[in-house]
Design a binder for this molecule. Sequence first.
Ligand SMILES: [Zn+2]
Length: 236
Amino acid sequence: MKEQLERLIELQKIDSKILDKKRMIDEIPLRISEAEFPLNESQTAIDKIKQRHDSLELKKRGKEKELDDINEKIKKLKARTTEIKTNKEYQAHLKEIESIDKERSTVEDEILIVMEEIDTSSKEIELGRAKFRTEKDKIEALKKKLESEMLEAERELLPLKEARSKIVGVIDEEIYKRYISLFESYNGVAVIEAKDEICQGCNMNIPPQLFVEIKKDEEIIHCPQCRRILYYKNST
Ligand SMILES: [Zn+2]
């Protein structure tokens, strides 16, 4: 029995290491997608500016068309100047030209404002893209690091799994079944230290008589409360 307990302690050590590595590997996709989150945010911000940029371009084209129409109107008006007979008609004609000229300069000013806005949004897009590239580089580097960590962990798993099957081969089948059932119920901890008369798994006080037995490390003894297999770690 003493040997069986020693093997169980060893198996628990190996299984804890395997579990740690598996958990670490499982977390990697989540860590990558968390790292990618700001990248998605940056892209959304760029898309938003781009949308505004496009609508400004559209507005500019509309205003330019408006300006073309006004210029055409002015051209036609000026062509009519020679047909004017009276002074009164001439005054009215000049007024019309003046008013349409005013309209033209308003549209020209509006075009200038839109062009400035387009310029600003172009710069914002450029800045956004630069930020995106920096973030993407950072994430790529992190991805590479995590992927190599994952490969490393997978490599380290191989000898652990080998050691595990070796030890399982020399553990009594019935005891192994008990171990596995506890391992699954208790999140990977089936064999645990009994320290200062306390089960380190469930914190229950171990009756002194039982603790004496555990200290011998000869029998497979279960915690009276959580059923985990207990052992005593000799500090010497
Ligand atoms: Zn316990």
